[in-house]
Design a binder for this molecule. Structure first.
Ligand code: GLC
Length: 851
């Protein structure tokens, strides 16, 4: 074993070998006419760095080298099934739930990133072994690229005279098709022999079955319940699990079966497959005692024996296909991994997939499905980052990671956060408004009759977590207001849903009313809402455990919710309730501006003993962002005070990499504030840029017409812009990260983390549309009040609104200082709502912004 200097040199050499040529990947069209490569060849590269670039008009990101500073992943998902895959090939798959029903084992390790589902390639004459992704063999590659696109990932390698393109996709869940038809992933391994000799290759998949909850800390116990089988004739491997950790009240604790059959199969497109397949079902047999996945024992010889299935093994799935390639010849080796409730369904799905062209057909369904989801709103502005994020990635992220997968590489969750996924569901506005309503109804069913809610709950198990967090319940009326502003569908208020603890269904109006009234019961003597175990900020978990500490931010938020619901109450003839709320709103306004005011900005909170948080007198945590931005957003600050607090935000919080959640960071744990003080100073909620909150500052800046500041904030947050400094920023340039380290982290200032799984994606999109472009729905119609960056000449947006399709062009008009607008060729008072035509018409709006 090399040691010391020698070891270091060996490591350096291996790294250098591995990445040789990775810088100069050419886009030769080596893979034939149906290659995904073709489509990306023609388009302009955007935001190119040494690691990669956007292509296809920004709807795909091509990674040029495998050693990205962190795993740069894609999440391929539909509501029933999903997978995460990194540029190295790491990742895992799930069915229905990304923690409770995980198909393949994975260990969270963003440095090694060495757990995944692999495809090995073996030359059966020379014994050379490598893989279709950099992991697990980490072999020297002649070239590498990974294209993460919308609904697919393709990893393209050249090694040992063979070009490979491994494309993975997950089909959409479509109406008219069975669930089973959406519960799988399809892989195509396209191989091309670019040598002048016949090549005899094995193409072998490998992964470990999990079939239940992950991470599986009791692995040796759970593996005892797995049963695998290999159907030699059909070439199908199946796996079941006789015990599922999810409690099933009917049968008792740990006494139920995982309700799916997992399956895995492989075939060579267009070839007779008989006799050219081997399969392995056992970890020991595949990997070898003390072996590893770089050179597994099972792949030592060219034609390994079938084995390792049944009840007594440590279950893995591996299928090896033998192929022969003449010089210049190509072949497609297909694999499917999935789950279904019955064997019949599996047979049906497989018979469809084995037909010629199933990959292309699946990819084109994936493309069409995403086009229809993403295509509802389109923007066209002079800024590529703005376009790329708003036309594609923010919504893709919000749907695949947040609403469907509920997972990322930094957090495997699967649960619904009461406030989280409600906020995320706003991404369905304005395109698929019914889906937003469905999310609202789902959350209403997770409310208790007294108005309180689960902080989060797991679908499937329905296990939830009641807390003393005091804001969760208010997101229900908040999102319902936004849904109604978009749709004018006030009938939604009459839709009935039960409570967790009361099966009698009541209207959504009643659900919302109970939320608000519950919060109004939890007010301090000074008229501020209590913070309990936290409000939006989970980490302020210590401030109000005795239910005495107050939240100023929640005061702003409650005020905004009340304003919307006072309108509903009056409209519905609930005058008495409207009067009560009117009075409550007035009192709250006064309390926030008196008890909540610190002199130069708003306090964030008070602790149970009255100590202020976010005050000039605090050494750490002196000024908090949300308490200022939401005063502007909610309208609790009069204009002059709004300007004053946003000045304070600009002075103290608006830093090089976006607006900090607060400053200075806490240097040591303070139980009285909560667990956010337990993070290292400057990280995440402890004084970092918490992207979810950071984007609200853009909205507040726009509301005050501070277009320069709003734009600066946008560019400091926007991943494509930050991604131009990839070694510092570290995370993916195409999706928002949960946080970026603040200045108190020293040399780590500016480094991103917690990518994908963040509420900032849906919010940033909404704020870009509604506040930068300024096209926002109100009860009376569509308001257009842009806050464009000063250097833009014009911008376009098309979006549906209550049946009409609006095509809006915004022009900076240098002729005079007057802003004006034309709607369908006629003058319209600038800033006044445009009602829907009621005729499903195409509307044309031109807005001239006076300079
Ligand atoms: C996490 C939580 C979210 C919370 C935020 C701030 O993202 O999921 O609910 O609002 O942190 O603490």
């Amino acid at each position: 074993m090399p040691s010391g200097k020698k070891l270091k040199a060996t490591i350096r050499r291996r790294k250098a070998d591995l990445y040789v040529n990775c810088y100069n990947v050419t886009r030769e069209n080596i893979y034939g006419k149906d290659s995904l490569m073709k489509s990306s060849k023609t388009t302009r590269r955007l935001f190119e760095t040494g690691y990669g670039y956007f292509t296809n008009g920004g709807s795909a990101y091509v990674i040029k080298r495998p050693d990205t500073p962190r795993p740069w992943v894609n999440i391929l998902a539909n509501p029933n099934y999903g997978m995460v895959i990194s540029q190295a090939g790491g990742g895992f798959s799930w069915v229905d739930h990304s923690t409770l029903s995980v198909l393949t084992r994975w260990e969270m390790d963003i440095v090694r990133d060495n757990w995944g589902k692999w495809v090995y390639l073996r030359d059966n004459e020379t014994g050379e072994l490598w893989s279709a992704s950099p992991q697990p063999t980490m072999t020297r590659l002649d070239s590498y690229e990974c294209e993460h696109g919308i609904g697919y990932t393709a990893i393209r390698l050249k090694a040992n005279g063979i070009d490979s393109e491994w494309t993975l996709t997950v089909p959409p869940a479509e109406d008219g098709r069975s669930r089973a038809e959406s519960m799988f992933e399809l892989w195509r391994v396209k191989l091309h022999n670019r040598t002048d000799r016949v090549r005899k290759l094995s193409v072998c998949s490998h992964f470990m079955w999990c079939l239940g909850a992950a991470p599986d800390s009791k692995r040796e116990f759970h593996k005892l319940f797995i049963e695998t089988a290999w159907d030699t004739e059909q070439g199908v491997l199946t796996a079941k699990k006789n015990l599922w950790e999810v409690p099933e009240p009917r049968y008792g604790h740990w006494n139920t079966t995982w309700p799916y059959i997992a399956y895995h199969s492989s075939w060579v497109a267009g070839q007779d497959n008989t006799g050219r397949t081997s399969a392995c079902g056992d970890h020991g047999m595949f990997t070898g005692r003390h072996g590893d996945w770089k050179s597994p024992a099972w792949l030592d010889g060219s034609e390994p024996a079938n084995g390792g299935f049944g009840r007594y093994s440590d279950a893995v799935g591996a299928i090896s296909k033998q192929v022969e390639l003449a010089p210049g010849q190509s072949v497609d080796v297909m694999f499917v991994l999935g789950a279904a409730e019955t064997q019949n369904e599996i047979d049906l799905v497989l018979s469809r997939l084995r037909r010629e062209g199933s990959m292309d057909e699946t990819l084109s369904r994936v493309e069409q499905n995403w086009e229809s989801l993403l295509g509802a709103v389109k923007v066209d502005t002079p800024d590529d980052a703005f376009n790329v994020l708003n036309n594609t990635w923010l919504m893709y992220q919000a749907l695949s990671s947040r609403l469907w997968g509920r997972t990322g590489y930094w957090q495997q969750s699967g649960a619904f956060g009461f406030r989280d996924q409600l906020q995320d569901s706003q991404v369905w506005l304005p395109g698929d408004t019914d889906n937003c309503l469905a999310q609202i109804r789902l959350h209403a069913r997770h409310q208790f009759a007294d108005g309180t809610v689960y902080h989060w709950w797991h679908p499937l198990s329905e296990v939830g977590h009641p807390t003393k967090m005091t804001d969760d319940l208010l997101w229900l009326p908040f999102v319902l207001t936004n849904y109604i502003n978009e749709t004018d569908d006030t009938d939604a208020l009459d839709l009935k849903e039960p409570f967790i603890d009361d099966t009698e269904a009541v209207s959504l109006w009643e659900h919302g009313r109970r939320s608000i009234n519950r919060v109004l019961l939890r007010m301090s003597k000074r008229g501020l809402p209590l913070i309990g175990e936290g409000d939006w900020n989970d980490g302020m978990s210590g401030c109000g455990r005795l239910m005495k500490g107050e939240s100023v931010w929640l005061g702003h938020f409650l005020y905004m919710v009340l304003k919307g619901w006072i309108e509903f109450a009056s409209q519905y003839g609930y005058d008495e309730q409207a009067d009560i709320w009117e009075k409550a709103a007035e009192d709250l306004y006064a309390a926030v501006n008196e008890a909540g005011w610190d002199g130069d900005w708003y306090l964030r909170a008070t602790m149970d003993d009255g100590t202020p948080v976010g005050s000039n007198v605090c050494k750490e945590g002196r000024i908090y962002l949300n308490a200022q931005t939401w005063a502007v957003i909610a309208g609790t600050a009069k204009v002059a005070r709004g300007e004053q607090v946003m000045d304070a935000v600009e002075t103290h919080l608006h830093r090089k990499y976006g607006p900090l959640l607060f400053t200075p960071a806490y240097s040591k744990p303070d139980q009285r504030v909560g667990y956010l003080t337990r993070y290292a100073p400057g990280m995440r909620e402890n004084g970092g840029l918490y992207t979810h909150a950071g984007v609200w500052a853009i909205q507040a800046a726009c509301k005050l017409g501070r277009n320069k500041t709003a734009w600066e904030m946008f560019t400091r947050i926007a991943p494509p812009c930050r991604g131009m400094d990839p070694d510092l920023y570290a995370v993916e340039p195409y999706v928002t990260p949960g946080n970026v380290n603040g200045p108190d982290t020293g040399k780590y200032f500016g480094q991103g983390g917690w990518s994908w799984y963040t509420g900032s994606a849906a919010w940033l999109r909404r704020i870009c549309m509604e506040w930068i472009l300024g096209v926002r729905p109100e009860r009376d119609g569509l308001v257009i009040f842009p806050c464009l960056p000063p250097h833009w000449d014009s911008a376009k947006i098309s979006r549906p609104f209550r049946g009409d399709m609006f095509n809006i062009e915004i022009r900076q008009d240098k002729t005079d200082g007057q802003s004006r607008m034309e709607v369908d060729g006629s003058e319209h008072v600038f800033g006044e709502p445009i009602p829907s035509s009621g005729k499903r018409a195409a509307r044309k709006v031109i807005v001239y912004i006076g300079q």
